[in-house]
Every structure is written in structure tokens, then in C-alpha cells.
Design a binder for this molecule. Structure first.
Ligand SMILES: [Fe+2]
Ligand SMILES: [Fe+2]
Length: 189
């Protein structure tokens, strides 16, 4: 079965208390919803896996993705949705290679939204609304900035999606702008 947005949010909150992690989940959801529209696919289905992709991270960081699979299987989630979540840890914590566009997008925007979030928090506005592609590109190239966000994953993800890196960055910014309020990136604008 596929849960409603409310049910998925409730599940996430049951396993995740940290504000920063909830915000990360909401940002990845926002980016995924936007990418779904680019591929003319279902924003609900894409947003869902974005929202719950790090479900186990707070409680079981050593078993990341493995515990999520267990929890979501018990919750009766659809196999394809669980697989999409597993694939975001490809080459890091799982051997599930992203195959569908939804899986490739999640793999890519997970790391990229991390850089964007860090970039926004440094701005006087603390907002994504005045973040330019040029500014993000600079932060991307400065590997000491938000060093935990893996640039190779983002570059590889863009290649898998068949998109230019610039396009992926611009579209991810657009997705976060569209849901800035809900994902904590409205700032003071
Ligand atoms: Fe993760
Ligand atoms: Fe994540």
C-alpha cells in the first residue's frame, strides 16, 4: 500500500525528532516533487520516498537503509517505494543501484539539497528565494563547504538522469523555492 502524505509525515516524525533531520526530509521531498513534474510523473509517489528516505537515520545510523527496509516492509509499503529509498544509499550503505528516474533523482537531490540548505543558512536572508545558480555553483566547487555532501554522487546522479549539472542545480533550487515555507528555507523574504 502507499500511505497518504499525512501518514508518511506521521511515520517520519515517529522515528525522527531532530528538527534538522525533519527539515532535510522536507527539502528532499520538495525537490522530488519538482523533479516528478519534470519527468511527467506522480509528485505524490516521488515526494513520499523523498520524505521518508532517511527514516532510520536518527535511531539506527549504523544500519542506515537496512532498518528503513525492515520498518517499511512491516508497514506494508510497496516494494518499488522501498527499493527507491534503498537506492539512495547505493555504493555507500547498499548495493541497490538507482535504475528508475525516481531512484536516480533521489540519489542526486539528497546530497544536493544538503549543499543548498547550508548555502541558504549562510545568507543574510537565510532564504532560498535569493539563492542564484551562480552562487550555488561556487559552493559546489568549494569542496570544503558543506564537506559532508558528496559532489561525486551529485555529478554521477546528474549523468544518470541525462541532465546537465547546471540544470539539476537550477531545478533543485526551483523545487525548494516552491515549497520554501514548509521546508524551512523561506528565511526573512
Ligand atoms: Fe540517507
Ligand atoms: Fe538524506
Amino acid at each position: 500500500m502507499r500511505p497518504t502524505r499525512d501518514e508518511a509525515w506521521e511515520l517520519l516524525c515517529r522515528y525522527t525528532e531532530t528538527d534538522a533531520l525533519r527539515r532535510h526530509a522536507l527539502q528532499v521531498e520538495a525537490a522530488m516533487r519538482h523533479f516528478a513534474t519534470l519527468f511527467a510523473e506522480d509528485p505524490e509517489a516521488w515526494g513520499l520516498v523523498g520524505l521518508c528516505h532517511d527514516l532510520d537515520y536518527e535511531r539506527f545510523p549504523e544500519q542506515h537503509c537496512v532498518m528503513t527496509k525492515r520498518i517499511l516492509t512491516e508497514e506494508g509499503w510497496e516494494k518499488a517505494d522501498i527499493r527507491a529509498i534503498m537506492a539512495h544509499g547505493w555504493g555507500m550503505v547498499t548495493d541497490v543501484e538507482p535504475q528508475t528516474n525516481r531512484e536516480k533523482a533521489l540519489y542526486t537531490v539528497d546530497e544536493l539539497t544538503g549543499i543548498i540548505n547550508a548555502a541558504c543558512l549562510l545568507r543574510p536572508s537565510r532564504s532560498v528565494h535569493d539563492l542564484t545558480l551562480k552562487s550555488l555553483r561556487k559552493k559546489f566547487k568549494d569542496t570544503r563547504f558543506a564537506a559532508g555532501c558528496n559532489r561525486d554522487v551529485i555529478t554521477r546522479g546528474a549523468q544518470m538522469l541525462g541532465m546537465e549539472l547546471d540544470t539539476v542545480m537550477a531545478e533543485t533550487i526551483a523545487g525548494l523555492q516552491a515549497r520554501a515555507e514548509i521546508c524551512g528555507l523561506q528565511g526573512n523574504l
